[in-house]
Design a protein around this ligand. Structure first.
Ligand SMILES: Cc1cc2nc3c(=O)[nH]c(=O)nc-3n(C[C@H](O)[C@H](O)[C@H](O)COP(=O)(O)O)c2cc1C
Length: 286
């Protein structure tokens, strides 16, 4: 029996759902599994664990910043077996590659890589009227996640691991988007550019409670103020019942980029979507 720690980030719940299914597969094979969503804080340490699982949603064609930070904060892993799971709504880009490389640099030994589509509640696409991958993860993908857990047990038991190829490089446009939404720019620039419409804001503080990084505080008047560890998940803007919050993504300069992404995804016969209206923090499927 191995003692396994699965560390992931999940804002919308999809990565958490997949993590639970993988854990079910592992537990059915007799392993002890602990799950840790970084939203609730990082785990104490890796001491006593025989295996590490890392999961993330794709955020701007890369892992979410808190997952990258978590991996960077780890000591050298000295051959610790590790697996990776990734959720994505349209194109995952370098998400899986980045984590696999980072773990390898830390000295982990990869023993599994799983990816699945998950409903894409990205504010900018919702505002354009589209929810991509709305039906994902499907029952089939959930079953695959559980089977992935069972398969990890076989690898632990000595079965040969055939390392999957790295995911293909995203197109130049997505690489540019990835470049322009990086940790430094978000911390130093974009997180300072959230704006609040004081005529609309009722100081309900939903933005604060929804922020997975506890990055929003209230000023003396009760209005939200963004600090400097933003994940740029845009939960604050997306959930605001008064539509009082605006990030740079809603600036007209970004419209052509969003339109490009949406048009490209709509033309992709491999992707599904539903039409939606996103009004006052609520997504209504048409
Ligand atoms: C801020 C943000 C950025 C995202 N960027 C990407 C992306 O670059 N590529 C992609 O395929 N999906 C992207 N997605 C979709 C998520 O990866 C996907 O919906 C995932 O299932 C969400 O996981 P969660 O429910 O555990 O938070 C993004 C979603 C958000 C909210």
């Amino acid at each position: 029996m191995s003692k396994i720690l699965m560390v992931y980030f999940s804002q919308g719940g999809t990565t958490a759902h997949i993590a639970e299914l993988i854990a079910i597969g592992l537990r059915s094979s007799g392993h002890k599994v602990e799950l840790c969503n970084l939203k609730d804080g990082p785990p104490q340490s890796l001491e006593g664990y025989d295996l590490l699982g890392i999961g993330t949603p794709a955020y701007y064609f890369r892992p979410s910043f808190n997952i990258t930070d978590y991996i960077n904060s780890l000591p050298h892993l000295d051959g610790l077996p590790a697996f990776v799971f990734v959720l994505y709504g349209t194109y995952l880009g370098e998400t899986g590659n980045d984590i696999r490389r980072a773990l390898s640099l830390k000295g982990a030994k990869e023993i599994g890589y799983f990816k699945s589509l998950g409903a894409d509640f990205y504010q900018a696409y919702l505002k354009e009227g589209y929810l991509f991958s709305a039906i994902h993860p499907t029952t089939n993908e959930l079953t695959q996640a559980r089977e992935f857990g069972i398969n990890i047990d076989r690898i632990i038991g000595g079965e040969k691991y055939i390392r999957p190829e790295f995911d293909p490089q995203p197109s130049i446009m997505y690489r540019l988007e990835r470049f322009f939404i990086n940790d430094w720019l978000v911390t130093e620039v974009y997180s300072r550019l959230f704006s609040i419409n004081r005529k609309k804001c009722t100081t309900c503080h939903l933005c604060m409670s929804e922020c997975p990084a506890e990055n929003i505080a209230a000023n003396k008047a009760g209005y939200p103020v963004w600090e400097r560890h933003c994940l740029f998940c845009l939960s604050c803007e997306m959930n605001c019942p008064q539509e009082a919050i605006t990030s740079i993504i809603s600036w007209p300069i970004f419209h052509p980029v969003i339109r490009y992404n949406v048009t490209h995804a709509l033309q992709d016969t491999e992707l599904d979507y539903v039409k939606v209206k996103h009004i006052k923090g609520i997504t209504i499927r048409e």
